[in-house]
Design a protein around this ligand. Sequence first.
Ligand code: MRU
Length: 333
Amino acid sequence: MWAKTIEWLGDKARLIDQRKLPTREIYVDIKTTEEMFDAIKNMLIRGAPAIGVAAGYGIALAALKNSDKDYIRNKIDLIESSRPTANNLFYVTNRMRELLKKDDVDVSMLILEAISIHKEDRELTEKLGKYGRELIPQKAQCMTICNAGALATGGIGTALAVFYKAKEQGKEISVFVPETRPFLQGARLTVWELKKNGIEPILIADSAISHILKTERVDAIFTGADRIAANGDTANKIGTYGLSLAAREHDVPFFVVAPSTTFDLSLESGEEIPIEERSPFEIIEFRGISIAPKDIRVRNPSFDITPNHLITGIITEKGIIYPPFEDGVKILK
Ligand code: MRU
């Protein structure tokens, strides 16, 4: 299957430029930490686990340039400031900081750590898919939001891994994909990726979600996550909370799919998760064309929090956690 989101080439990382999809499949070579910082901040690469993998390689690039520990620590701080919500970024920066504390650490160890983080992420996504697919009937119609696929991870995805692994078992799946305004990860990325990997997407406007859940058979919803607090409250792409409310109203099971690297067990609840506010231009312009007056106030929160009581279960690499999530997360420790 297609999963070429990020690749390490020994002295540089190669990324598919997700801003250019679906019209152009362009790969960009990232040679410095600053370039990786820009790539994450400006969404050339996005999706929580993929951001983590990219951060690891960004730090490896710093070590390749200068082995001085203070220099590398500064570059870790830079990478960490690229985006605020996805826990996977902080999981990786903390892991690299810990490694730097060792007396005998050298450049090759930092590079190998980044490669290991990528390999582990790939393995985690396989496990998520295997647990999740057991929830899918033989002929299924599902829904997702944003892009939680190969494009969002170092492997085959989180939510979309469930569909890929179910397909391997011979299950027949179609997936409703809300376009996911304003950045259109659903329309531009998920539809492209599902088609490329042999699963039928059905694109809908975000505003059609409730109507579809009311009028069509949807067996289950699977979403990814950017950060999950100890009580199961989940930060994910803006619109996920609304989707979970509509799912509850229409009795559609709502599953979050995420590896342990997305959990932040230091936070008691979702209220403590920082929500990224992105540029107003994502809303008032579409690819440089004005679609709203310029001189207006805009709010552009990029994520929202789905409260634990609206989540049917959280699929992790160690198994599926059901409420009460405070007890369930113990399997991750
Ligand atoms: O702003 P993005 O595109 O980085 O947001 C991505 C999401 O919200 C995904 O659903 C989440 O990171 C899970 S990806 C496996």
